[in-house]
Design a protein around this ligand. Structure first.
Ligand code: AMP
Length: 251
C-alpha cells in the first residue's frame, strides 16, 4: 500500500492506476466497521481503491468538536492495509486549501435544513472538500454512507450540477448490535453513554411522529437539535453531553 500526502503525489499515483477502474473512499479516519463497508464495496467494484483520511477543519463550526475529533492513524493504516487499499492519502490543510478557503462550493436549499440549520457553514465545508478530493483522485466511483444521508444527497446533487464524471455509490448504515449507528464520535462516549445512545435509533424507528420522537428523546435526557421527517425519512441530531450524534431511518 502506497501512503502519500501531497496533491502532486496523489496525481502521480493516480496516473499509475490508468489500467483499471478506481474507487475512492473519503473519510475523517478513526475507522470502524461502517468505513469498512465502504472499503469492501470499493474493493469489490473496482481494480484500485484509494482511501483518504483528512479531518476537514472547514466543516466544523465548533472548535471543540474539531479539536476533540478522534485520531487513530496507526490503527487506521493497519486497517487500510488489511483491506487491501492500494493508496492511502493523508493530505494536510495546506495541500487541500492552497487558497486558504477563498473559494468554496455552496448549496442554498437543502444544505440549510437539518444539520445545516444548526451547523452554519458545515455543508459548504463538506461540499468544498469533497469536490477537491474528487478532482485530485478522479475516481470512477466514490463511496458515501447513508449514515450521513443529508451529506450523501447533497454530494449526489453537486456531482449532477457540475457534470462531474463520477458515480456516487451509497452504502447502508452499519449499526452496533444495539442499533446504534457506528460513528467515530462514539469513541468519545463512555460505556454507559454508548448504551444510552442506542435509544436514539430505537426512538426514531418506533415513534409515530417526529414530534413524539423528539419528546421521548428529551425525556430520556438528550439535548435534541432536531427530529424531522423529510421525503419518507426521519432525521435526528441529538447531543449526549457534548457529543453530537446523528442518525436517520426510512419511514
Ligand atoms: P466520516 O469519517 O465520519 O466522515 O465518514 C466517512 C464516510 O463513511 C462517510 O461517507 C460516512 O457516511 C460513512 N460512514 C460513517 N459511519 C458509517 C456507518 N455507520 N455506516 C455506513 N457508513 C458510514
Amino acid at each position: 500500500m502506497k501512503v502519500i500526502h501531497s496533491i502532486s503525489e496523489m496525481k502521480l499515483q493516480r496516473s499509475h492506476f490508468q489500467s483499471g477502474s478506481v474507487g475512492f473512499v473519503p473519510t475523517m479516519g478513526a475507522l470502524h466497521a461502517g468505513h469498512a463497508e465502504l472499503l469492501k464495496a470499493s474493493k469489490k467494484q473496482n481494480d484500485f481503491t484509494i482511501l483518504s483520511i483528512f479531518v476537514n477543519p472547514t466543516q466544523f463550526n465548533n472548535t471543540q468538536d474539531y479539536e476533540k475529533y478522534p485520531l487513530t492513524l496507526e490503527q487506521d493504516t493497519k486497517i487500510a492495509q488489511d483491506f487491501g487499499v492500494d493508496c492511502l492519502w493523508l493530505p494536510n490543510y495546506n495541500d487541500l486549501y492552497p487558497d486558504n478557503y477563498r473559494f468554496k462550493v455552496s448549496e442554498n436549499t437543502f444544505s440549510k435544513k437539518l444539520c445545516g440549520a444548526h451547523r452554519p457553514g458545515h455543508f459548504d465545508g463538506v461540499l468544498s472538500v469533497v469536490m477537491k478530493l474528487l478532482n485530485a483522485t478522479r475516481p470512477h466511483r466514490a463511496y458515501f454512507g447513508e449514515k450521513d444521508y443529508q451529506q450523501l444527497t447533497l454530494i449526489k446533487d453537486m456531482v449532477r450540477s457540475f457534470f462531474m464524471e463520477v458515480e456516487i455509490v451509497p452504502v447502508p448504515t452499519v449499526r452496533e448490535a444495539s442499533g446504534l449507528a457506528m460513528s467515530s464520535r462514539n469513541l468519545r462516549l463512555s460505556t454507559a453513554e454508548v448504551n444510552k445512545a442506542a435509544q436514539i435509533y430505537e426512538t426514531i424507528k418506533n415513534s409515530n411522529s417526529a414530534k413524539a420522537a423528539q419528546e421521548i428523546l428529551i425525556q430520556l435526557g438528550f439535548k435534541v437539535d432536531y427530529v424531522e421527517d423529510i421525503e419518507g425519512r426521519r432525521f435526528v441530531a441529538a447531543f449526549l453531553n457534548e457529543v453530537r450524534l446523528i442518525d436517520n431511518v426510512k419511514i
